[in-house]
Write a protein that binds this ligand. Sequence first.
Ligand code: PHE
Length: 358
Amino acid sequence: MENANVLRDDLLRAIGDADTLDTLESLRVAALGKKGSITALMKSLGGMDPEARRQAGQALNVIKDEVAEALDARKTVLARAALDTRLEAERLDMTLPVRPESRGAIHPVSQTWEEVVAIFAQMGFDVAEGPDVEDDFHNFTALNFPPGHPAREMHDTFFLPEREDGTRHLLRTHTSPVQIRTMKARKPPLRILIPGRTYRCDSDMTHTPMFHQFEGLVIDKATHFGHLKGCLQEFVEAYFEVDAIPMRFRPSFFPFTEPSAEVDIGCSRKDGTLKIGAGDSWLEILGCGMVHPNVLRSAGYDPEEVQGFAFGMGLERIAMLKYGIPDLRTFFESDLRWLRHYGFSALDVPTVQGGLSR
Ligand code: PHE
């Protein structure tokens, strides 16, 4: 067993010298692994006579335990050292100043969208949406625009190239086509709010080629003009966060409503500042009316059975009025300074109870 003792001394020295966990693992494999040196000695016991095998076996077992113990002990030491090095290297310096952090802001379009949806949700409206690219039927014909009627021209429509079948799609000029799509897809009663993008070929202080509208549609057996007035009164007071706003309905024309009206709210304009609520001035904010029987028919509803009202308004327009933003075009210029000035905190989610805007 002379060479076994030499082997043990060599192994113990190498284990003591191992300075990484990897080296230690290779040493373990080289000694105790399947093809390891101690394992080989164990195997050689088979060829000895019984007495010699007993003695050599005992001695070898002692050596094997010693080596295993030394491996364990060294492993503990190396693991602790490795942890210490990591702790040292990964130490956080709590005294460092924090990096400057740039805060995002919610765009007034998104803010106004959320505010209006929250108000109408409170009144039992659900949100309906439709495609931006429409066909002539949904944007005009089904909404009672006769072919060649001048009201079509007033919409400054963007047309897409003619298709093979001769039809031309278009960018919807208002959210009203979603009235038709929703009525066709659902059965009355309906109480829906349709927010969305709309397009008209027009650009100045108060017009951009793309803008947003909100459309409301209520259809039931006996929904009448009084409901329309009450609903809009409630909306303008909630939205502008002012009580008892004077309101007036001026007769107007839309092909898809009869009678039709434009709605003004009371305001004052003193020293160039607009104040919504009391005052001797009026401000136009939306169009509305009772849904035309032809519109109900083109959506497959029977005007003898159901009736209702619709209204539509420009999202940016009511945002400009509430938040004092003078130029519509700035909404879409993506100027960060503008957004920092007019934007809203991401953490202030508008709710009717908690407050719409802060
Ligand atoms: N669609 C109309 C427009 O864009 C607005 C409107 C909607 C008017 C619903 C009445 C009823 O001008």
